[in-house]
Design a protein around this ligand. Sequence first.
Ligand SMILES: [Zn+2]
Length: 404
Amino acid sequence: MAGAKLKMWALPGAELTVPKSLLMPGGGDELVKGPCPSFLIEHPKGLVLFDTGCNPKIIDDPIGYWGEFARHLPVKWSKNETLDKQIQGIGYKTSDVKYVVLSHSHLDHAGGLTYFPKAKFIVGSNELRYAYWPDPDRRWAFILDDYLPTRNCEWIEFANDFDLFGDGLVQFLLTPGHTPGECSLLVNLPNRSFLLVGDTVGMVEMGFDSTRQVTMEHMQYHIGAVRRGAPNTHIIGDMPYNSDCDPDLALQNAQLLIDAGADSVKLEGPKCEVINRLVTNGIEVVGHTGLTPQTAANFKQVGRDEKDAERIVDEALRIATAGAFMIVLEHIPDALAETVTRSVPVPTIGIGAGSSCDGQVLVINDAIGMGDRWPPFSRQYAYVGKTIIEAAEIYVSQVRDRTY
Ligand SMILES: [Zn+2]
């Protein structure tokens, strides 16, 4: 059952810079940035918070709160981004939160527990005991002050998987390993629909032989038209060829598409610096890899040999890391699309990439059978082109017969 009434917000918390060796065995000294997010889930029976990030005291005094170890964990976080402020930003108060599910009790997850003295806390069994008495070599990662003030709060320990509301929408899964009582939440969010105003419009509506001739003005015109027809649907606008070749130009052009009516923009290829610039300036980005028509020599399937397949997986990962919230995979083998879908942390949308993608997109002109030539992967659910010609022929003959 899809959770028609469920909503979820990802709340970014502090950003920690850590050596890779801390995250994986043999990771080395290379420094990586890691987020410490929380997730707020709105269920008809109550608000659920998954994880609470770091304690805000580390903004001013990380060594005072975390101890000497904090010297090795540089923090980037502002007082405007603390968990209570983010929950307020959505329109709730911290006291509205009914359940706090704690994935585990490390310092980057349990730091905000004290915001919710009235909530029920849910953890995997043995987690609390371990948080108070961890193995000595791990003790630095557990801060007693994170959970000591909640000692008299209501804590529930689950020793098995548990369906939180009995409707399959939010499921507690016991996933021990990182700590003895570590858990995960499986959240069954509703499906979403998007409209993509693609630069394919140049070929299927405007008579060009490639998408490269499509200009910003063309895209603004078409996005505006779609917005007027679909005032409440998320519209993704395609960045035309060369409109996104450097971060400054891309930001300027993406803003023009947003002003024309788009909610987000899509751009082709692993232009990670561009994606990052747009996202950090508040513009949501959809990535696109596999066949990328703006630069492709032909429209044949790509990713067939091992090297090309590796390139596509790598590009998809880089696009997601740069901040895209979704990735279009075009005309690649089904098995490769499945690999990419499993590898990236964001939804994949397939066009000629098989049914294992998280979602699908088709050019509407192809799907309804406009014109007389369609990509091999596109199904025709009607032959509207034929219907138009038949109607026009009847009209012309009636005019000639003077019966109209
Ligand atoms: Zn941890």
